[in-house]
Design a protein around this ligand. Structure first.
Ligand code: SF4
Length: 361
């Protein structure tokens, strides 16, 4: 249920202007002014930052952002790159659909916008991987256009300030938050306001242990007044994630190299390199013989571990398989390659796969 307490809002315009002024005054003194995407704030630089920040914290993003910009300083250079190159720079940052969409969007800008980054909200929104909040953040920060944003940080601040109950995954709750986000966004200094709200959520109105005594909004904050800060925002209802299992084959040739295969372009770790997989119950030696014509010398299951995705747990059992010298005839191709200490960094790898590889090379 949404309880925005709108009846108690005597004069929305005054409240909202006060809200923005308090946030902006705080930003001038305490906000972050030297993030790499703030100087200069171009459409491309802000877009790249916003996409990287969608699921990842600032401190983690910064080195990836700088590497990425060095290699692809503008969207034209990004569009000309192969997806492999893009994924390689993204490796370790997770949520790889972001990288695939970024690349797809750069190509789309070349093809549908004559190589110019669009400046209209609907056009930006139609690019792959860009939702309403990200489109607003890009245009507000790069061009100073007035658009509301509602990322995780802003949701937290608004749900507490206006004491909005209910999980944001429910449409009425999301709508109520958007309404407040729109109402609070000022007509001027939109770039600063957008950054200010993100900063306030990240550094003061934190998920745990928010620093209410230092918050510029504490006087009007309903959750603070009613001692409900710890309850808001309402968490996602708990659900038990399903568990899947997989055996990953670490096929080792006589040179000590490990075989990697490229994953399909969509789905988990789409387009990244990984180990061949088979179900736990399968016969390893028989599979090697059937699938690749490999003769097996020794098989050793290694300790398993769990990797959790947003919608399921994956229990991974790495299985090291030493191949007989007769397998030297195994050919590489665009979807399959032998990896050693010299060349494995050229492959885009998800973190768990990189960890297994490093332990076994
Ligand atoms: S007073 Fe506390 S709960 Fe309210 S907005 Fe500020 S930090 Fe968040």
């Amino acid at each position: 249920m949404v309880t925005s307490n709108s009846a108690a809002e005597t004069d929305a315009a005054v409240v909202d202007q006060t809200f923005a002024n308090q946030v902006l005054d705080w930003f001038d003194q305490h906000g972050r002014h030297d993030l790499p995407w703030q100087q200069p704030r171009s459409l491309y630089r802000v877009w790249l930052a916003e996409v990287m920040l969608q699921q990842t914290q600032v401190a983690t993003v910064i080195p990836y952002y700088q590497n990425f910009l060095e290699k692809f300083p503008d969207h034209t250079r990004l569009a000309r790159a192969s997806l492999d190159e893009v994924l390689n720079l993204w490796a370790g940052l997770g949520y790889y659909s972001r990288a695939r969409n970024l690349h797809k969007a750069a190509v789309q800008i070349q093809q549908q916008h004559n190589g110019r980054f669009p400046e209209q909200f609907d056009e930006v929104l139609s690019l792959p991987g860009i939702g309403r909040s990200t489109a607003g953040a890009i245009l507000a920060q790069a061009l100073g256009q007035r658009h509301a944003i509602l990322d995780g940080n802003v949701r937290r601040v608004l749900s507490r300030y206006f004491e909005i109950d209910g999980w944001v995954g429910k449409k009425p709750v999301e709508n109520a938050l958007w309404e407040k986000a729109e109402a609070c966004t000022p007509d001027t200094r939109c770039a600063d306001y957008t950054q200010a709200m993100m900063d306030l959520g990240a550094t003061v109105c934190r998920r745990s242990a928010p620093d209410c005594p230092q918050c510029p909004l504490r006087q009007g904050c309903r959750a603070h007044r009613n001692q409900r800060v710890g309850e808001l925002p309402t968490p996602r209802p708990k659900k038990t994630l399903p568990v899947k299992t997989v055996r990953m084959l670490l096929l080792v040739n006589p040179e000590g190299e490990l075989l990697l295969e490229k994953r399909p372009p969509t789905g988990i770790w789409g387009g990244l390199w990984s180990f061949p997989e088979l179900v736990l119950e399968s016969d390893v030696a028989q599979t090697c013989e059937k699938r690749w014509g490999y003769q097996v010398e020794a098989i050793e299951d290694q300790p398993g571990f769990r990797h959790t995705f947003s919608h399921y747990h994956l229990d991974i059992t790495p299985c090291r398989v030493q191949l007989l010298p007769t397998t030297t005839a195994i050919h590489e191709h665009s979807e399959q390659r032998w990896c050693n200490l010299d060349n494995y960094r050229q492959c885009a790898l998800a973190t768990p796969i990189a960890d297994i590889l490093q332990r076994n090379l």
